[in-house]
Design a protein around this ligand. Sequence first.
Ligand SMILES: N[C@@H](CCC(=O)N[C@@H](CS)C(=O)NCC(=O)O)C(=O)O
Length: 242
Amino acid sequence: VHYKLYYWPSIQGRGEFVRLALEHALADYTDVARMPAARGSGMPAMLRLLGDSRLKHPPFAPPILQAGKQYVAQTANILYFLGGRLGLAPRAEAERLWVHQLQLSVADFVVEVHDTHHPLGPSMYYEEQKVAARRRAADFTRNRLPKFLGYFETVLARNGVRGGYMAGGRLSYVDLSMFQLIAGLRYAFPKTMKRRERHIPGLVALHDRVAAGRNIAAYLASERRIPFNEEGIFRHYPELDA
Ligand SMILES: N[C@@H](CCC(=O)N[C@@H](CS)C(=O)NCC(=O)O)C(=O)O
């Protein structure tokens, strides 16, 4: 199968959780909006898809994954779809749902990370909501970040000594997402994470193991990995990192 990922070309964003799964599995895929606009690719192709009035199941927003005639959107849903196909999810339904449940909690967390710099909404610039952002980020770094990371650390610990994965005895897509969360939070909130990391040794070790995996290490060193920047979800604004 050849997969097509439609996502904003200049940011890691939510698309990165999908890219990591595709890259780990060495899947055959095109990152459509990052290709040249010629020959039906690039941003025009993504905008065409978003405006396609013939689709019976129109997606609301990127990331969107295409497999043949099928289009799947919503990050956690895409990963649920890919998990079985790429060998990145348990086979038993109960375990698969558990991984999906964890991924939905990742999605909730990602919204809260985003809202530290856009507390009043995504349609206004950060510069228009800096005061609210400081208040929101203070609550995030003090309460929400410790709560979410503490939860994921507990999940990891309770899964036991079976190789240090979030669920079951093998790597799943939610392990890749844990890597991305730690990497992103380190970029956006270095001071907060410096204090926090001793409380989440399991997640830090998981981050390191994922980063050292052969395919992910090659991906991270390649140009396919877009650097973190101040347009994505994880933005480094020093004033928000108390
Ligand atoms: N819950 C969705 C959120 C999708 C989403 O917010 N996508 C962003 C980019 S990361 C977007 O393009 N949003 C456009 C909009 O909300 O109008 C997911 O996890 O995929």
